[in-house]
Design a protein around this ligand. Structure first.
Ligand SMILES: [Zn+2]
Length: 86
């Protein structure tokens, strides 16, 4: 892992130290806080995600050239799988 200084492309905050690899494209460095948030976003059911966090995701995914709808569809399919498992 390389150490990088700069601002996080996801939250725009300055960060130093070890970045986390974004789960969205597996190539963009984000701050460790955003790394944690991405895992949280993947875990929480789509309809329960906080609106503000969802907006951050949309903007970030657009920025790195990832299709937000793909992630949304994946989330929804994960949610229904979880429901079927109950
Ligand atoms: Zn960040």
């Amino acid at each position: 892992m390389k150490e990088e200084k700069g601002s996080c492309p996801r939250c725009s905050k300055e960060f130093s130290g070890y970045p986390a690899l974004s789960r969205r494209d597996n190539s963009t460095d984000v701050c460790s806080e955003c790394g944690n948030k991405e895992s949280m976003m993947d875990f929480i059911p789509f309809d329960r995600l906080p609106k503000g966090e969802l907006l951050t995701e949309m903007i970030f995914q657009k920025k790195i050239g990832v299709d937000f709808d793909d992630w949304k569809q994946w989330k929804i399919s994960m949610d229904s799988e979880r429901k079927n498992a109950d």
